[in-house]
Design a protein around this ligand. Structure first.
Ligand SMILES: [Zn+2]
Length: 290
């Protein structure tokens, strides 16, 4: 993965949508997604929805309308969530011509889907909603073929002979490596789920324990220090933090990230999307290391 251009907006309770331009995938479709992306929306090939909280879905009708006949190939959503079936029906009634546009694909954690011949989409868990499968995360993966260990060190002439006799696929086996993880809304999960991601896009709704305690009765969210520690353990290459509560100013978030990263001696570059703002190239500005 070379350069990744990420356009997005993400503020807890209000709206979240994150578009990975080179991978042509949109994660979640909160209010304002089409107005924020404008001409870029024509590049969307896949949409992956994490859950049906209103701040993540209110832009769906516009996504459906704008993208149905402009190359959108599939929309993935949590199979256990009743909302999306109803939403699809509402979209079809409202914009009849979109019915033959693209499939809405119900997904479960543990499944994998093809995005392109080189890119896959793995569906992973989220702990946001206690009922299993109603909230999900995703990992975009790179698929490739690797030489089988038993053929390593073989002379070139042997390779060619086996390739001719049995086909080149006989020499290699399929592999998949994680590229970009998207947590959706969630409490912090075991680091193994995100191990080795080149980029992890993770929510960090709360900066401090006290504020999270105050809202304990709602669905689960993540606390900044816990996310940083988990990302360190998962050995991800880069971290993009999203979904901060609107109670925080951008400067406050920056200071908190630096303070916590310093404590952990964090070895990972950190970026964030500040509340209330559309960011057009989220990986351009780095908040840690300074
Ligand atoms: Zn949310």
């Amino acid at each position: 993965m070379d350069r990744l251009t990420i356009t997005g907006y993400s503020t807890a309770l209000f709206s979240t949508w994150i578009f990975l331009e080179e991978m042509r995938i949109l994660f979640d479709a909160g209010d304002g997604v089409m107005a924020g992306l404008m001409h870029k929306s024509g590049k969307i090939r896949h949409v992956a929805m994490s859950h049906a909280d209103r701040d993540h879905v209110y832009g769906l009708m516009q996504v459906n309308h704008h993208c149905a006949h402009r190359g959108l190939e599939a929309l993935f959503y949590p199979a256990e969530s009743g909302f999306f079936k109803g939403m699809r029906e509402a979209c079809y009634r409202f914009d009849r011509e979109t019915q033959d546009g693209f499939p809405w694909v119900p997904v479960l954690a543990g499944e994998s889907y093809d995005l392109t011949p080189e890119l896959g989409l793995k569906v992973v868990h989220s702990s946001h909603i206690p009922a299993p499968g109603k909230s999900l995360g995703y990992i975009v993966t790179r698929r490739f073929r690797k030489l089988k260990p038993e053929f390593q060190g073989l002379p070139q002439s042997e390779f060619e002979k086996i390739g001719r006799d049995k086909g080149s696929d006989f020499l290699t086996e399929p592999r998949e490596e994680p590229l970009v993880g998207f947590s959706g809304d969630t409490g912090v999960l075991h680091p193994s789920q995100w191990a080795g991601c080149k980029l992890l896009i993770h929510e960090a709704t709360f900066l401090h324990e006290e504020e999270m305690e105050l809202e304990r009765e709602g669905y689960l969210h993540s606390l900044l220090p816990d996310v940083l520690q988990m990302a360190q353990e998962a050995k991800v290459d880069r971290l993009l933090l999203i979904h901060f509560s609107s109670r925080y100013k951008s400067s406050e978030i920056e200071a908190a990230i630096r303070e916590e990263a310093e404590k952990l001696d964090l070895q990972i570059p950190v970026h964030f999307i500040p509340p209330g703002r559309i960011v057009h190239d989220a990986l351009r500005h780095q908040v840690w290391p300074i």
